[in-house]
Design a protein around this ligand. Sequence first.
Ligand SMILES: Cc1cc2nc3c(=O)[nH]c(=O)nc-3n(C[C@H](O)[C@H](O)[C@H](O)COP(=O)(O)OP(=O)(O)OC[C@H]3O[C@@H](n4cnc5c(N)ncnc54)[C@H](O)[C@@H]3O)c2cc1C
Length: 492
Amino acid sequence: MKAKQKINIVWLKRDIRSQDHLPLHLAEQRSLPYLIIFLFEPSIISHPNTSLRHLQFQYHSILQLNKKLQAQGRRAEIFFTEALSALGDIQEQYEIEEIFSYQESGIQRTYDRDKAVAKYCTANNIQWHQCQRDGIVRGIKNRCGWDKQWFAAICAPMVKNEYSPLKSVTIENRFPLPGDLLVQLQRYPASFQPAGEDFAWKYLHSFVSERGKNYSKHISKPLESRVSCGRISPYLSWGNISIKQAYQFVTESTKNKGNKFPYQNFLTRLKWHCHFIQKFEVECSYETQCINAGYELLEHPENQEYISAWKQGETGFPLVDACMKCLMETGWINFRMRAMLVSVFCHHLYQDWRHGTYHLAQMFLDYEPGIHYPQFQMQAGTTGINTIRMYNPVKQSQEHDPEGIFIKKWLPQLQNVPTAFIHEPHKMSLMEQEICGVIIGKDYPAPVVDINEAGKVARKNIWGHRSHEAVRQENKRILFTHTKRKEEDAQP
Ligand SMILES: Cc1cc2nc3c(=O)[nH]c(=O)nc-3n(C[C@H](O)[C@H](O)[C@H](O)COP(=O)(O)OP(=O)(O)OC[C@H]3O[C@@H](n4cnc5c(N)ncnc54)[C@H](O)[C@@H]3O)c2cc1C
């Protein structure tokens, strides 16, 4: 029997880009030809944290990557099957010698998948090299020395990728995307940020040249922040750019600016990005369990009516509802508005954070498990070590959207409500409601709870529980594992 041709594989995950890509670089350095693969795995994409918008973003990022690689006679091959089945199929046609990928700091399901792949590789004499991603360290037990290592990784020289057409491999792909899914993937809504490496750079360039000057000033404003924030989160989450590329580019291109303050704030957040993912890398149970087990003792009666009102943007709190509608349509809202949505859900509506977390994960175009779950729990107040912040949606609205311009954009039925009532339209008399054409309870809901009363109850329950012995015991463990200091984590 003729011996099969030996090849290597580059497995793209959340790193869909052509530059500063170590696995692609390592494969290029080897003498063997290599195949570049990207997988849509049914068991992974059917998890409730995933939505069509994520798959669309990934798909269009691959299309853009393939356009770049095409010039070099290369392409990334998309498989619609489980990782083991894809590898098995490739093994039938070739002999795989090495696989190169980045480490994935994912949920339990992807972690288990990776363990199965590692077992498969050992059994089949394949070497799997998993490179460190964005300075996240695998296998550490605490944060001693982490900052220093992170800066070293992020300030290291850029990987300059080159592609030789001679290293290309063709394959008969027996697992192409099913037609109906393909049609859905191709229909990328124009209301989302466009996917791919070129757009990542476009956003970065416009941030440093113009948009970023008001970064700090407008960071919590639901409307203005859409322009002044970096807006690079989906590109970082799906790896259209690396943290290193973003960090070095912004540092270099703002070094001669008079006011560096906004850009330094931005750079600090790039570190937060990795700080949170590092937490998740160490403890991915953040997805499903209170990280401070003491908070499992606090009961939250489930109220489907509240949960549904929150998910649909029909709570009767205009800023909350406008944010949810905007999120559904565009996939992005700023940090403060995300924190407020979680706060209202977990504190004022007093629902278990687990009933809301997948909904937001699905809505965020930039969904990154390593940030999402630790942030969600931090805002839900289940970590024990962070100050519990309760965001009153009426106050947030008065402060950050005083004229109600953002609210009116996303809740057009409130278009004619006077500014004096835009934050609490239910306070209008029936006659005032008729004059501005919105009847509360018919055209726009009445608030599902009394915000002040609900806040008081939640504060009492949640703050009261902080001193519970089970919470305090857990605090020690969390501080030791996830922070380098004895005080609280830096709070955004
Ligand atoms: C409940 C909740 C869930 C979140 N889920 C996600 C998520 O799934 N994916 C995600 O990328 N961000 C998440 N964030 C963090 C933050 O809201 C977004 O990173 C930010 O709004 C993205 O917009 P930007 O790119 O314009 O950010 P900028 O303000 O321009 O910041 C630049 C980059 O720094 C990082 N960053 C900024 N703020 C934070 C933060 N508070 N924590 C960690 N990293 C930060 C992001 O990578 C961001 O792209 C979440 C926040 C909350 C409160």
